[in-house]
Design a protein around this ligand. Structure first.
Ligand code: NI
Length: 271
């Protein structure tokens, strides 16, 4: 698989459960914009069978290189970001993993059971990152147990290995002067933005501003019943130049911490 195929498959899977993303793209394209992606985010667990080292393989093979590392203490997450070595227009890849040893014994046991239920061969398949929820069950009871402790783990259980969100590169848009401007456009067209920590996370002084929609709701068939639960959101990122004149390329942990909440029903109900 080459880079273009990998990125377009990630987009197809994401757009399928996130109809808002395609609609927002269409709206911007109608205004004459050409959409570029700032980054694509992927979630996993830090169990050795599926941790960042496993998920990153395919990206390294298609020319991505490791760049930054981030800790999100309150969410018990560790993350790395990757940039493409030759294609400067390729989106960054942001892979995070839930640090299981910091979670309760109950959550650790559930995640172990979920992974143990899989044919171990599945973890060696090169395109694991495109495989979704590869486990045998999709139990509402397990989803709810995970949700009590970690929205991240619950999302991972239902959706598995795939893009969690795409992010529009706001620097590449021509018709907006600021992220606020873009936010207004999105809101005026009927979307609700994630307001946790303010609608704009980060500041020009931090060299990165980010905002995002709340995740779409998606109908999921659990073993017990069918339920609407949050799928994925669309993010917007505006980068500022560093003192050398080049745009900042990294991420701000405090901002991403709040962005993670875009798939959290708790915050949706409050908005
Ligand atoms: Ni993001």
């Amino acid at each position: 698989m080459n880079k273009t195929e990998l990125l377009s498959k990630l987009w197809e899977q994401y757009a399928e459960i996130t109809p808002s993303a395609k609609k927002i793209q269409d709206l911007l394209e109608e205004k004459g914009e050409e959409i570029k992606n700032d980054h694509i985010a992927i979630r996993t667990f830090n169990d050795k069978r599926v941790d960042i080292k496993v998920i990153e393989k395919l990206f390294l093979e298609v020319g991505y290189e490791e760049k930054g590392e981030y800790f999100f203490d309150s969410k018990k997450l560790f993350a790395k970001h990757y940039e493409h070595s030759t294609d400067k227009n390729a989106p960054r890849i942001f892979i995070s993993e839930l640090e299981l040893e910091k979670c309760s014994p109950k959550l650790q046991a559930i995640v172990k059971d979920i992974l143990d239920s899989c044919d171990p061969e599945i973890f060696n398949t090169p395109d694991l990152v495109l495989s979704g929820a590869v486990w045998k069950t999709k139990s509402l009871a397990i989803y709810n147990l995970l949700l009590e402790e970690s929205e991240y783990a619950a999302w991972m259980y239902v959706y598995g290995f795939r893009a969690n969100h795409f992010t529009i590169n706001a620097n590449a848009l021509k018709g907006f002067n600021s992220l606020q401007d873009l936010n207004n456009f999105i809101e005026n067209n009927g979307w609700i933005l994630n307001a946790s920590g303010g609608k704009i996370k980060g500041t020009p002084a931090q060299l990165l501003e980010q905002s995002s929609t709340l995740a779409d709701m998606h109908s999921v068939t659990f073993d017990e019943s069918i339920l609407q639960i949050p799928s994925c959101y669309y993010e917007f990122a505006l980068r500022y130049p560093m003192s050398n004149g080049e745009l900042y390329q990294g991420f701000i942990a405090a901002s991403a911490d709040k962005i993670f909440e875009s798939t959290d029903t708790k915050f949706m109900n409050n908005n």
